[in-house]
Design a protein around this ligand. Structure first.
Ligand code: SF4
Length: 60
C-alpha cells in the first residue's frame, strides 16, 4: 500500500499530516509530501486519504 499526493490538487490544509504524521509531512511548498509511505497503520493512511477535502491522496 503506497500513498501518493497529487500536488496539483493539494490545498495544503494539513489534515493528512494531523491524521498520519509519520506518513505525511508539509513540504516547503506548503503542500503535503510523503515522509514514509508505511509510517502509520494502513487504517490511519486510509483515514487520511478519506479525510482529504480535495481527494488529493491516492493509495496504490
Ligand atoms: S489533506 Fe489533502 S489537501 Fe490537505 S494537506 Fe493533505 S493532501 Fe493536501
Amino acid at each position: 500500500m503506497t500513498p501518493k499526493v497529487d500536488k496539483e490538487k493539494c490545498i495544503g490544509c494539513g489534515a493528512c499530516v494531523a491524521i498520519a504524521p509519520n506518513t505525511f509531512k508539509m513540504g516547503d511548498d506548503g503542500k503535503s509530501d510523503i515522509l514514509n509511505p508505511a509510517g502509520d497503520s494502513e487504517e490511519s493512511i486510509k483515514q487520511a486519504a478519506d479525510g482529504c477535502p480535495v481527494q488529493a491522496i491516492s493509495i496504490e
